[in-house]
Design a protein around this ligand. Structure first.
Ligand code: AHR
Length: 531
């Protein structure tokens, strides 16, 4: 892969014209030019519990995600457990008890689950939707559940609304969850080797129903949703039903769907799922300083998306029983960095993507009261993946390291932070714009405070005074993910180019002084005590 180095002097020149700073959401900047940077954690202002599911994944039958990425087959020379790549199992376990969504994506709306059960040799080969590659159905429901059990994650199945029927959906729930002996479908599962029910809780009812999932109007999709969710069998598993939200921020889709939903029978919706990809105008690895900031500015759109959608949902669901799910998100770059031409939408993830991941996860943490789940697209070999795999080769991307670093937040109580830092001016495709210099989130578990902070400045470290309102902090540990080359990435030959490193932390006086390296993702763990 060709690498690009940002000219640090040019980046500093860009900053010379910094026009001070402004107030931003998420508890960030409210200061004037030249103000000292600070972060104040407010333990008394709890937001909500950070569910591990905010760190969830997505695995679709597309390109190299399932075949090659996850599934290598039991007879492969590549290390595997019952056909599933062992490297994937070992590494997914390291990101915690998250959820994995399957089989799509757009693929889900042409997938018939019966094609993927029973003896593999008898499973039909079908039109594969993406690039019309033949879908062998070697990897079906049983293999996916096995994958989830091996990785210790929870399954999320996306049902076919665009090309399926409600009966097909209900049968799938029954096949997965009915106890052995209860129905013929449960017996079929037993015959196929699985006496224990799969106990699948998360079910998506359609994917991008405004687009590849059927090109419905919001009203028509609402009708379909009602139909599909009427009388779904539970078998003791409280189902979490997810409706397809808008493309990005689109308020019209949400308002019209919920208006129809509220006017008639209110079908059971647990989660509302918009999709948001922050595309780039450049290349995955070759970008200018302006494009570096442009990427972050786009990633940060996730926050207004969330708050705006939440407020529309609240017009119809005043108690906010329906939560937020972002079941597809990520930085999506144009083609050009695939490691295998068969892997559609594969891209090389670099340090810039790691910062996008961290900025986004921090947003989810800051809105832990609203979000139940978020699934980055996709787990392996696709878009903002955590892993790249090709034959017997496997490597973790910088995104993986962010997910592993942020695992410390799982189950923590998210608390408000105030960030004071200047905004950084840049040119967004010719238009003067500004990007956050620092953003982050904090959570508390027992006596431990976990604080994650991103410094977007490509060339300058950020010296940040850390205050913890009403409490004292000690025993600070600091881990940072960074590199002097902004497009640094991990390759099969050099897998440890971008990996987190522990940094020394010298506490000074009453205020803790954190030094964030340029272009870095940082995690601080701090022991809390009385002042
Ligand atoms: O993640 C790739 C594709 O992007 C998904 O199939 C679809 O839902 C989205 O448009």
């Amino acid at each position: 892969m060709s690498e690009m180095r940002i000219d640090r002097r040019a980046a500093m020149g860009l900053l010379a014209g910094a026009a001070g700073s402004a107030a931003i959401i998420g508890g960030a900047a409210k200061q004037g030019a030249g103000a000292a940077m600070s972060v104040t954690v407010v333990p008394g202002e709890a937001i909500g519990t950070i569910k591990p599911a905010l760190y969830s994944q997505f695995a679709e039958h597309i390109g190299g995600v399932i075949y090659d990425g996850i599934w290598v087959g039991p007879d492969s020379k590549i290390a595997n457990v019952r056909g599933i790549r062992k490297d994937i199992i070992d590494h997914v376990k390291r990101i915690g008890r998250v959820v994995v969504r399957w089989p799509g994506g757009c693929f889900a709306d042409s997938y018939h689950w019966r094609d993927g059960i029973g003896p593999v040799a008898k499973r039909p080969r079908r039109f594969g939707r993406w690039r019309e590659e033949t879908e062998p159905n070697t990897f079906g429901t049983r293999e996916f559940i096995d994958f989830c059990r091996l990785c210790e994650v929870e399954p999320y199945l996306a049902a076919n609304v665009g090309g399926g029927t409600q009966v097909e959906f209900q049968n799938w729930v029954e096949y997965c969850n009915a106890p052995a002996g209860r129905t013929t479908l449960a017996d079929d599962r037993v015959m196929n080797g699985d006496p224990d029910p799969f106990k699948v809780r998360y079910w998506g009812v359609g994917n991008e129903s405004w687009g590849c999932g059927g090109k419905f109007t919001p009203e028509d999709y609402c009708t379909e949703f009602r139909k599909f969710t009427e009388w779904v069998p539970e078998y003791g598993v409280p189902l979490y039903l997810i409706a397809a939200g808008p493309n990005g921020k689109d308020p019209d889709w949400t308002r019209r769907f919920f208006k129809k939903w509220a006017d008639g029978s209110r079908a059971p919706i647990s989660g509302w799922a918009p999709h948001y990809y922050c595309g780039t105008t450049g290349h995955a690895l070759k970008f200018s300083t302006d494009q570096w900031f442009e990427m972050f500015k786009k990633a940060l759109v996730m926050e207004p998306l969330l708050t705006e959608q939440w407020s529309i949902m609240g017009e119809y669901d005043r108690e906010h029983k329906i939560k937020f799910i972002v079941d597809e998100w990520g930085a999506w770059h144009p083609p050009g960095t695939e490691i295998n031409g068969r892997h559609l939408y594969e891209q090389m993830g670099c340090l810039r993507d790691a910062l996008v991941a961290a900025l986004t996860l921090d947003i989810f943490n800051r809105h832990a009261d609203k979000i139940d789940m978020a699934n980055i697209a996709q787990l392996v070999n696709n878009i903002q993946s955590l892993f790249l795999a090709d034959g017997d080769k496997f490597v973790t991307t910088p995104n993986f390291h962010v997910f592993e670093m942020y695992r410390a937040h799982h189950g923590g109580k998210s608390v408000r932070i105030d960030v004071q830092a200047p905004l950084i001016p840049y040119s967004d495709r010719g238009v003067a714009s500004q990007c956050l210099r620092i953003a982050g989130s904090a959570s508390i578990k027992g006596q431990t405070l976990t604080l994650t902070l991103v410094n977007t400045h490509p060339a300058e470290p950020a010296e940040v005074d850390l205050r913890i309102k009403g409490m004292a902090g000690s025993g600070v540990s600091h881990v940072a993910l960074t590199h002097r080359d902004l497009s640094a990435h991990n390759t099969f030959e050099r897998p440890d180019t971008v990996v987190p490193k522990s940094l020394p932390f010298a506490a000074k006086g009453e205020t803790l002084r954190c030094v964030l390296p340029p272009a870095s993702v940082n995690r601080f763990e701090i022991r809390l005590g009385a002042v």
